[in-house]
Design a protein around this ligand. Structure first.
Ligand SMILES: CC(C)(COP(=O)(O)OP(=O)(O)OC[C@H]1O[C@@H](n2cnc3c(N)ncnc32)[C@H](O)[C@@H]1OP(=O)(O)O)[C@@H](O)C(=O)NCCC(=O)NCCS
Length: 186
């Protein structure tokens, strides 16, 4: 059965500390999320991005976590404690799967941080939450995100054509997933 804690624990990797957001993080979130290039390949980051957007995004996270519905972590660097991005797991309890999402400030791209934090959330999903499947999707034009999922041994399951609209343009979405058995066998 699923184990859904009512708090978002701190999780450590080699270089990162994943921790829950607090309202005081809103200015820093605004600083990194307001970059159009960051918003460009996400479904939910608005542009332009204001501090109100950041507050309205952080505020419900506590309740979502308590309800075991959506767990969101700030991705921070252990070395400086600065926030470099965010990652989350949306729980679909009925079918015991989790949807993985992530974004990073542009200055931090290309250094393996997304892979490192996503690897940590895969482990958390299967070993702590006890999910059966972890799924993720990205716009087909977002090759780096696809690469992150491939590096985690997630399997490409197909493309939903023109399934999202971004900046007024239809976008194809590539879907990836990994099942519990395969994860635990590795
Ligand atoms: C997608 C994103 C999270 C990747 O983060 P990251 O920390 O740079 O990712 P990593 O460094 O762990 O891995 C990126 C991989 O993509 C590869 N890559 C980079 N540009 C690429 C391109 N144009 N084509 C193919 N692969 C590419 C990198 O070489 C790396 O693979 P490698 O380790 O085999 O060399 C980051 O670019 C981002 O936040 N983008 C904006 C928001 C977003 O798109 N979020 C995801 C929504 S699904």
């Amino acid at each position: 059965m699923l184990h859904l804690p009512s708090t978002c624990p701190e999780l450590k990797t080699k270089r990162l500390l994943l921790r829950p957001f607090v309202l005081e993080d809103a200015p820093r979130v605004t600083e990194i999320a307001q970059d159009r290039e960051v918003a460009d390949t996400t479904q939910s980051i608005p542009h332009p991005y204001t501090i109100e957007d950041a507050r309205n995004w952080i505020l419900p996270q506590y309740r979502d976590t308590q309800e075991g519905r959506l767990y969101t972590w700030a991705i921070t660097l252990q070395s400086s404690q600065e926030i470099i991005g965010a990652t989350n797991l949306e729980i679909h309890a009925q079918y015991r799967w989790a949807d993985l999402g992530y974004w990073l400030g542009k200055n931090y791209w290309g250094q393996g941080y997304a892979t490192e934090s996503a690897r940590c959330l895969l482990e958390y999903s299967f070993k702590v939450l006890q999910v059966h499947r972890v799924q993720a999707y990205h716009m087909s034009r977002n090759a780096p995100s696809g690469r992150v999922l491939q590096k985690l041994n997630m399997r490409y399951e197909g493309t939903r054509r023109q399934a999202m609209i971004k900046w007024g343009i239809f976008e194809d979405l590539d879907y990836y997933a990994i099942l519990r058995d395969k994860y635990l066998r590795h």
